[in-house]
Design a protein around this ligand. Structure first.
Ligand code: NDP
Length: 342
């Protein structure tokens, strides 16, 4: 029952590896370096079933996964660049698309026994800025807007559109590959919104700021900048607990009905106000962003201005019961305190 998880050192992947191991699936992870692999081996050393890793330095290279796929029955492909720093959109698009197509080519070449391949897509592949906010999105939608923006503007497209185009094009390449090659395995795609909650690993210094959310650490410590004050009164986004995303991957690997399906995993809008309310409730002795300033009464209005990604299908088909906001925020903060020592 060996499962391959690509990009095992990633935030979502680490949780996914843990949950697969806890469910009794031995896991092989791909990582970019031995130190990351050894870190994970140590993290999972008490697991009842084995975790091992292989090094895949660059998912964009042809044949990168040729060895990694041997002997596995399931594949969770999560590796993809996730940052907003790319100048040339191909910095994101190439690894996203080539990594997806490459892992499928390697399976075709080296492993006829794979049963299921699940890729980590994103609501970024669903959101469509041609549609005015607030809009409710279901799994049938595709992000044509970001792909067009990147095609027309290239390097001048926004960082968000470059990332969203990479996710859209990678997922489109996935379904097209399946259509063209008609493999014996079947595919599924998971579409998280912004992922929050427990961090199992601390491999990177950017963990605190990027993965914990805009301004989160600064709001928590009361060291927020002027620009972050504005964000706290607006900036709603959709969120999901990392454990729900991980369970979505696990169930998409094992549920027959998941075949050929896309699954939004998202628990609705969240704004910084939600953070501030939870800070005050769970950490009353900390000097956090002042509760009153967050205008708690405006929470409903602010979150109501956000798009809504309907995650109900993942509940119905995959049995994902979403964590609620307040507990998830507390777990996020507890993790950040532990990892960053703040
Ligand atoms: P991380 O950055 O933590 O994980 C990304 C993983 O991909 C890392 O293991 C990284 O390796 C690996 N990777 C990236 N580029 C390459 C490359 N060229 N060659 C080899 N490995 C590479 O991000 P997340 O866990 O948050 O994201 C995982 C997936 O989930 C991505 O596909 C992302 O698009 C998607 N997603 C994330 C959301 C979120 O809110 N976090 C929301 C929706 C979708 P290394 O650790 O060495 O950098």
């Amino acid at each position: 029952d060996l499962v391959l998880v690509s990009g095992a050192s990633g935030y979502i992947a680490t949780q996914t590896v843990k949950d697969l191991l806890d469910a009794g699936f031995p896991v092989r992870g791909t990582v970019r370096s031995a130190d990351k692999g050894d870190y994970l081996k140590n993290l999972f050393k008490d697991s009842a079933v084995p975790f091992d890793y292989v090094i895949v330095k660059d998912i964009a290279e042809a044949g990168a996964f040729d060895e990694a796929v041997k002997g596995v029955v399931g594949v969770a492909h999560t590796a993809s660049p996730f940052h907003l720093k790319a100048d040339d959109p191909d910095e994101l698009i190439k690894p996203a698309v080539n990594g997806t197509v490459g892992i499928l080519d390697s399976i075709k070449k080296n492993n006829p026994n794979v049963k299921r391949v699940v890729i980590t897509s994103s609501v970024a592949a669903i959101l469509d800025d041609d549609i005015p906010k607030p809009h409710t999105y279901e799994e049938d939608h595709w992000n044509a807007y970001s792909v067009r923006e990147v095609k027309e503007k290239g390097r001048d497209a926004t960082p968000g559109d470059k990332y969203r185009a990479s996710k859209t094009l990678a997922e489109q390449a996935f379904w097209k590959w399946i259509e063209d090659n008609k493999p014996s395995w079947d595919g599924a795609a998971i579409h998280p919104s912004l992922v929050r909650a427990t961090f199992l690993r601390s491999l990177r210094p950017r963990l605190g700021s990027v993965r914990a959310g805009p301004g989160l650490v600064n709001w928590f410590t009361g060291n927020h900048q002027e620009s972050e004050l504005k964000a706290i009164k607006e900036a709603p986004f959709n969120w999901v607990d990392v454990r729900d995303v991980s369970l979505g991957h696990l169930r998409a690997l094992t549920t027959p009905e998941a075949s050929g399906q896309r699954f939004i995993t998202s628990n609705g809008p969240l704004s910084p106000i939600d953070y501030v309310l939870s800070f005050a409730k769970h950490y009353p002795d900390r000097k956090t962003y002042p509760n009153g300033d967050a205008e708690a009464s405006r929470r409903k209005e602010i979150n109501g201005a956000a798009n809504f990604y309907n995650g109900a299908k993942a509940t119905k088909v995959l049995g994902v019961q979403y964590h609620e906001i307040d507990g998830s925020i507390k777990d996020t903060i507890d993790s950040v305190i532990k990892r960053l020592g703040i």
